[in-house]
Structures are given as structure tokens and as C-alpha cells.
Design a protein around this ligand. Sequence first.
Ligand code: CA
Ligand code: CA
Length: 127
Amino acid sequence: MDQIKLANITRDRRGGLTKRWSAAAMPSKLEGAMDALITVFHNYSGSEGDKDKLNKGELKELLNSELTDFLMSQKDPNLVEKIMNDLDSNKDNEVDFNEFVVLVAALTVACNDFFQDQQKKKGRDGK
Ligand SMILES: [Ca+2]
Ligand SMILES: [Ca+2]
């Protein structure tokens, strides 16, 4: 995938990757997941201020609506603040897409570890 294509994708949010990559009849699961990430991010980042960045309010909205289970399992009232500080690697008090992807990647790794543990447990029980 070249740079131009990437730029087009970020500009063409509504059409999503399905239209952009029309050569493929169906997006793969991974492409669908990437499309979802981009769409979700921009659904929230576009509400206020910079359209390509999440301010604290937008980040909170996103976490509340899209990562409800994750938030519910954490009892920390300053969680959004902490996540914001952790993610904002360039310290501009906003979370851009690059910074957002770090969160998603970290959560995905955590989920994968969890499922692998579950699988191992299942395997043991089965024998
Ligand atoms: Ca914004
Ligand atoms: Ca930032």
C-alpha cells in the first residue's frame, strides 16, 4: 500500500475501504477491522476542534461508547485522564490516530493473551 492510497483512505471516511479497494469483491476480515478502526476514530474526532484528533471529551465519548466493558472493569475515576496522558506521546493534549492505534494495539494484545490463557485452560480440561 503506497502513501497516496493511505491519504485517500483517510480522506474518504464515509465510503470506507470497501469502496476504495473495489478491486476486491469483499474486504478481508483484517481490512474490515482496519476500516472499522478508522471509521470509529473519525466518528468521535470530528465532534469538536481538530477533526483529526480526539480532545479529552471526544476520547471519553469514544471510550464510553466503544470500550464500555473495558471501562467498566476499571474503577479508577481518573482513568480517562490517565489514558489521555499515556496516549498523548507528542504532548499536544489531543489523541491523533497514531496515538489511538497504540491503545487499540495494546488492548488487542491483552485480549489475545486472555484468549490464549482460556484456550490453554480448555485444552487441559479436555484431556
Ligand atoms: Ca476533535
Ligand atoms: Ca497527541
